[in-house]
Design a protein around this ligand. Structure first.
Ligand SMILES: [Zn+2]
Length: 430
């Protein structure tokens, strides 16, 4: 599918076309993002609440579909409320670009929304420059990316990665069934299995997203070109000791579940030094103690351990070192262990040709860029299972995301968006 890319990269002229080179209109892009962020704003906190299949999420999609129609795109929706706006030939394969509009509770102004807006701005800039693409460019606004129901439903549906069993079982953290949440918005979740695009229908997928971490900012770099996305191993562990009086039980006669947990937490840097890489992350993020009372030795510590890395062999090695140290910490403190692997998501390598194409466009534009992995999940990783996919990052101020303080400098956004635009022009010109 991308056989033409390597050849095109060798060309030094930017584009074979008449008229001015297409350019991002940053003011138009700002206005579009402001329009999106009129939906779901909590005036008290400054956070955005467009949770998948909430009223605000449905409303922003209708509004965005109107913006696509105003930009003279052919707009369509599928059963999970992914929205597509097609620019160029009605038939044949397409190049797809986009991201999501849903947010986490009290999320920020840029996560997902920026990528959806940039995709629409790119086709508007192409039209303005008089470009008639040979291959259609489809702007995609994906549904339920933030995982209210535990997946990335929109892109998984496009990629044919949802099963009827999963749809029937999916619940949010309040116990609301996906099928009920969708039904309340007039959607039939069971049709999610019919949303898949056939192989070959999408020749490439591009997404621009905020980094959601501090790496680009620390490097002083405006653009990241992502080569891969970390996998995630989720272990749920339970240490069981003996709850007892904190005053009468001598220190050497305790089976203190929290002491075992603390011991394990202190071993994490050594686990990473032994079997990890600089991409490795091991996190104990959720802890429940029982009885959780100031004057009682904790009898039970139940906690999560999440292991991430961009290499599957490294993840496996980290997991086995972690399991070994869980048992070692339990032995030291006289605890019984129960370990359950809740999920294992394999790391994803994004398309190497698309990565090279994005690097090439950044270089042609004289934009400094960093080759980097993503520690967070994105639609592009799901889409990679269907078609070659690429991901562009722009810096997050102070590395903050999923919070009202989320911010990206518009100068950086303009650079990242221009890389995306030039890549789309190139991909759609053949
Ligand atoms: Zn996102």
């Amino acid at each position: 599918m991308l056989a033409g890319i390597a050849k095109q990269q060798g060309q030094s002229a930017p584009f074979a076309m008449a008229g001015p080179a297409p350019k991002i209109d940053i003011e138009r892009l700002k206005a579009l993002l402001d329009g999106v962020n009129a939906f779901g704003l909590n005036g008290q906190t400054g956070g955005f609440n467009r949770i998948g299949y909430s009223d605000a999420d449905m409303a922003v999609r209708d509004w965005f579909a109107d913006r696509m129609e105003a930009a003279e795109l052919a707009v369509s929706r599928d059963a999970v409320n992914n929205i597509f706006g097609r620019f160029g030939p009605e038939d044949g394969p397409c190049v797809m670009a986009g991201s999501h509009l849903d947010t986490v509770p009290e999320g920020g102004a840029f996560d997902g929304s920026l990528g959806a807006c940039v995709a629409l701005e790119c086709v508007q800039a192409m039209r303005e420059a008089g470009i008639a693409p040979q291959t259609a460019v489809v702007v995609a606004v994906t549904a339920e990316e933030e995982g209210r129901f535990g997946g990335m439903l929109g892109s998984q549906a496009i990629a044919g990665k949802v099963t009827a069993e999963w749809i029937d079982a999916a619940r949010d953290s309040d116990g609301i069934a996906l099928l009920d949440a969708m039904r309340a918005q007039g959607l039939n979740g069971r049709d999610a299995v019919n949303c898949a695009w056939p192989k070959g229908a999408i020749t490439a997928f591009l997404e621009m997203h905020i980094e959601q971490g501090p790496v680009l900012e620390r490097a002083g770099c405006p653009v990241g070109i992502v080569h891969g996305i970390s996998g995630v191993c989720f272990l749920q562990v339970r240490f069981t000791g003996v709850a007892n009086h904190s005053g009468t039980t001598p220190m050497d006669m305790r089976a203190d579940a929290f002491a075992g947990l603390a011991d394990l937490a202190c071993r994490i840097p050594a686990i990473i030094a032994e079997t990890g890489t600089d991409q490795s992350r091991v996190t104990i993020g959720k802890v429940e103690l029982n009885p959780n009372f100031a004057h009682t030795i904790p009898g039970i510590a139940a906690f999560s351990i999440v292991i991430r890395d961009t290499s599957e062999p490294v993840m496996r090695a980290l997991k086995s070192s972690t399991l070994r140290d869980i048992r070692a910490a339990a032995d030291v403190h006289g605890l019984k262990t129960d370990i359950e692997e809740k999920s294992w998501l394999t790391p994803v390598t994004l398309d190497a040709n698309l990565h090279a194409l994005l690097v090439g466009e950044a270089e042609r534009l004289g934009i400094a860029h960093l080759d980097m992995p993503s520690g967070a999940g994105h639609d592009a990783q799901t889409m990679q299972s269907l078609c070659p996919s690429g991901l562009i990052f722009v810096p997050s101020r102070d590395g903050i995301s999923h919070a009202p303080g989320e911010w990206t400098d518009w100068g950086y956004i303009e650079k990242g968006a221009q890389v995306m635009l030039n890549a789309l022009v190139r991909l759609s010109s053949a």
